[in-house]
Design a protein around this ligand. Structure first.
Ligand SMILES: Cc1cc2nc3c(=O)[nH]c(=O)nc-3n(C[C@H](O)[C@H](O)[C@H](O)COP(=O)(O)OP(=O)(O)OC[C@H]3O[C@@H](n4cnc5c(N)ncnc54)[C@H](O)[C@@H]3O)c2cc1C
Length: 390
């Protein structure tokens, strides 16, 4: 594979780490791509066996701090890891097989000691699963418009409202829920974060929506659900900030996954155009095709630089919020463009399940919407940039 890595961006140790995870992906994940079911998932026994092999190979709980039994890798190493696993559709972020350990975002890691014992530890041990519930039927891109109400009650809070498009809701034991505690303040101190057990009275799983990626996020209805004070996460009114932190982290992961997908699809495409002839000539001999390939590799290189740079800045303790927004708008959109080019250059084969390109294409299309549509990020970025010059 053509190794387009930003100059001196990865230490010798990180390069070795990258090679070892790449070998694991080539050996264990890519051969299973044809086993993914119509819902995009592996059979449970296949996933269990893969999880065990990942654990034995040392690729386990990479993003979980050492104090909780994880490896606590810095963000640059995680970006390298996410990029490599992003080269296979089996470990795509939308699949969420938890192949390298359960997903635990910053909110779960930030719980207080009692909440950690009741929720974080069981998640890490594999005995409980969580979901994250922010989106509502009338509040998606604009979560500040959420209506779900958490009113004070004798024992804590009473929750009423509906959440929509919640990934893993059907399998979750508890939900991390955002709700309005002070309608006057709204997003500026009026939204709080709660842990709600999915078997609590008043919690009902409503419809699920089938998506083009094969998954089925659910609607959850909350009707007079009593949540104890002990399940308020952080301070009242801090929910919005916590949720944004959770989503910021996801942007680097989405960008790194997009780089992995681009690299895999581009490798397959370069090989294909080098051997496919039309009208008596190789596709690779045509300037129109050459320019598509050159532009696509340039998009991969630029995206990777952005991901590595934002990760390095974060690791060095600098603020990189704007950069993570840029990753989402640039790298994620570039990922879809590049995979679409690869599909085009494969002709009819690109539309079949014989190559992984069509599944990458569907996954990357979703990245432009989930965890914040790119248009909304552009608006937020522009506001921050223009404020600087006002
Ligand atoms: C498969 C899947 C999984 C999901 N998982 C979760 C989950 O686990 N938890 C959770 O809380 N949510 C989840 N979501 C919800 C997801 O985050 C929202 O769908 C997303 O934020 C967009 O919200 P919306 O669908 O309501 O679109 P809308 O808010 O209705 O926006 C529609 C479109 O309008 C455009 N737009 C919106 N605002 C602006 C603007 N200011 N300027 C210009 N254009 C604009 C954008 O193109 C946007 O795509 C999931 C969604 C999907 C599809």
């Amino acid at each position: 594979m053509l190794d387009l890595i930003p100059h001196e961006s990865l230490s010798e140790e990180l390069l070795q780490f990258r090679d070892s995870i790449r070998r694991f992906v080539e050996r264990e994940l890519i051969p299973l791509e044809h086993s993914l079911g119509p819902n995009g998932m592996l059979a449970p026994e296949q996933a269990d066996s893969l999880r065990e092999r990942a654990r034995r190979a040392g690729f386990w709980l990479m993003d979980v701090p050492e104090e909780f039994g994880g490896q606590g890798l810095p963000l640059l190493a995680l970006a390298v890891f996410w990029e490599e696993v992003g080269r296979s559709t089996v470990a795509s972020w939308v699949r969420d097989h938890g192949l390298f350990g359960p997903m635990v975002g910053p909110i779960l890691l930030g719980l207080d000691a009692s909440q950690r014992a009741r929720y974080l530890v069981p998640v890490l041990e594999g005995s409980k699963r969580s979901c994250f519930a922010q989106t509502e039927p009338d509040a998606g891109s604009d979560p500040s418009a959420m209506r779900m109400r958490a009113a004070r009650s004798a024992g804590g809070y009473r929750l009423n409202g509906v959440k929509r498009f919640i990934t893993r809701a059907a399998l979750a034991d508890f939900a991390i829920v955002m709700a309005v505690t002070d309608p006057e303040k709204g997003a500026r101190g009026g939204i709080s974060c709660f842990i709600v057990d999915m078997d609590a009275p008043g919690v009902t799983l409503a419809t699920s929506e089938k998506t083009l990626m094969g998954d089925s996020p659910c609607e959850i209805s909350f009707e007079d659900v009593e949540v104890p004070l002990a399940n308020l996460v952080g301070e009242e009114g801090r929910g919005f900030a916590l949720a944004q932190g959770y989503i910021n982290y996801g942007r680097v992961r989405q960008g790194a996954h997009a780089c992995g997908a681009m690299e895999r699809c581009l490798g397959l495409t370069a090989e294909y155009v080098n051997q496919r002839k039309t009208f008596g000539e190789l596709l690779s001999a045509r300037q129109g095709v050459q320019w598509m390939i050159a532009d696509a590799f340039t998009e991969l290189y630029a995206s990777r630089m952005m991901v590595y740079d934002a990760a390095r800045k974060t690791d060095a303790g600098h603020e990189a919020r704007l950069e993570t927004f840029m990753i989402k708008t640039f790298a994620v959109e570039a990922g879809f463009r590049v995979v679409d080019t690869c599909m085009q250059l494969h002709g009819g084969m690109g539309l079949t399940e014989d190559t992984p390109i069509e599944r990458f294409w569907r996954d990357l299309r979703s990245y432009r919407i989930t965890e914040g549509p790119t248009e909304v990020l552009r608006t937020t970025m522009a506001r921050q940039i223009l404020k600087h010059y006002s």
